[in-house]
Design a binder for this molecule. Structure first.
Ligand SMILES: NC(=O)c1ccc[n+]([C@@H]2O[C@H](COP(=O)([O-])OP(=O)(O)OC[C@H]3O[C@@H](n4cnc5c(N)ncnc54)[C@H](OP(=O)(O)O)[C@@H]3O)[C@@H](O)[C@H]2O)c1
Length: 340
């Protein structure tokens, strides 16, 4: 049973992490809940016990066999080398290490074998990448994707607890007929609005979120040249990221064969017929990627293209559940560097 530390235990992902670890009965010998000095002394509940949150420290991080980090890029960069040097494994939810060549970027159902070459840090993908790569991976048993485009509809909890509070406060002000308070998390009002602006802009006009989807999809699918272009959009929902994906394949594809491949994939549930689609509300609180509205893309010649809709809970499969699944896989493969 590993000693476990959670950096960012008081955040949106940290909170869900504790609930998912309880539900999955993840084995824990000793649990440290860590955050900043702001949260030190707070009490969090886990398996019926109250645990005091501590300020993240070298001693706490170095003593853990597994460190789950759901905080900030700078926290990951500060504590990753400490975990490595101490012989533990950090499972990092953030973007700091995802594209490092010696850091596996893992969705266990897709590329769990990449865990074999970890050197003390494993990254989980961005919460928009995960559902799309899971669906594309399933479809790869029928044909290889050669071009992917997507538009996303991303919930505010993807930006953490402060963003969820911003949507709540703005929505309530609108409901009372009052002036909407100025936004602090997002560049513009999010209530009753949509923002084609997730993360900062890069030099080429794409946002960093859109580049994450491109680069991470390539790394996880082991297709380093796969053309991927996306538009990431923040919408005023609380939980569940939805995506409209257009995929072009290397050969004509049969919708029935793709449907069966998706249905056979662990972690996916596929709708039966056009009206059997899932919404973000349907995804909230479960670990499934819901795929639906699978249809032919008539803009791609020779029947090589399809369009589909997918949605999953960004805090669970998009973050906490994927991180815990990685830890379970590391234990099953005896890949924890040090085991208590
Ligand atoms: N939200 C999602 O859907 C999602 C999905 C995939 C990945 N992620 C990634 O997960 C991470 C956390 O996201 P979140 O949504 O949970 O954010 P959040 O709600 O803003 O929570 C941030 C957490 O990190 C802690 N923290 C901040 N700076 C720290 C530092 N220097 N040292 C230690 N702890 C620190 C905060 O502690 P205090 O309470 O003390 O401030 C808080 O517990 C981010 O890297 C994000 O990109 C999020």
């Amino acid at each position: 049973m590993p000693k476990v530390a959670v950096i960012g235990a008081t955040g949106a992902v940290g909170d869900v992490f504790l609930r998912v670890a309880e539900q999955r009965e993840f084995p824990i010998d000793e649990l440290k809940l860590l955050a900043t000095a702001r949260s030190a002394g707070k009490q969090l509940q886990f398996r019926g016990e109250s645990i005091t949150v501590e300020e993240t420290s070298e001693a706490a991080v170095a003593a853990a066999d597994v460190v789950f980090c759901s905080a900030t890029a700078s926290a990951s960069l500060q504590w990753g080398p400490v975990v490595r040097a101490a012989g533990g494994v950090m499972i990092d939810d953030g973007s700091a290490y995802r594209m490092e060549t010696n850091v596996p970027l893992v969705v266990p159902e897709v590329n769990g074998d990449d865990l074999e070459w970890h050197e003390g840090i494993v990254s989980i993908p961005n919460c928009t990448t995960t559902p799309m790569v899971l669906a594309l991976h399933a479809m790869k048993s029928v044909a290889t994707p050669v071009r992917v485009t997507a538009a996303t509809y991303q919930a505010v909890t993807g930006s953490g607890t402060a963003a969820a509070e911003e949507l709540r406060v703005q929505t309530e002000a609108i409901g009372r007929g009052e002036a909407v308070p100025a936004p602090e998390v997002y560049p513009q009002q999010i209530a009753l609005n949509v923002l084609p602006h997730v993360d900062d802009f890069a030099d080429d006009g794409y946002t960093k979120e859109e580049l994450k989807m491109r680069n991470e999809t390539r790394k996880i699918l082991h297709q380093p040249d796969l053309p991927v272009a996306t538009t990431c959009v923040r919408v005023p929902t609380f939980v569940g990221h939805a995506e409209a994906v257009h995929a072009e394949f290397d050969r004509p594809v049969d919708l029935g064969a793709l449907h069966d491949a998706l249905a056979a994939q662990d972690g996916i549930v596929i709708g039966e017929g056009p009206e059997d689609y899932a919404t973000p509300l349907d995804s909230e609180g479960n670990d499934l990627t819901h795929v639906g509205r699978l249809r032919v893309d008539p803009t791609v010649p020779d029947g090589r293209g399809v369009v589909f809709w997918c949605v999953s809970d960004n805090l669970r499969k998009g973050a906490a559940t994927n991180a815990i699944q990685i830890a379970e896989e590391l234990i099953a493969r005896d890949l924890l560097k040090r085991s208590s």
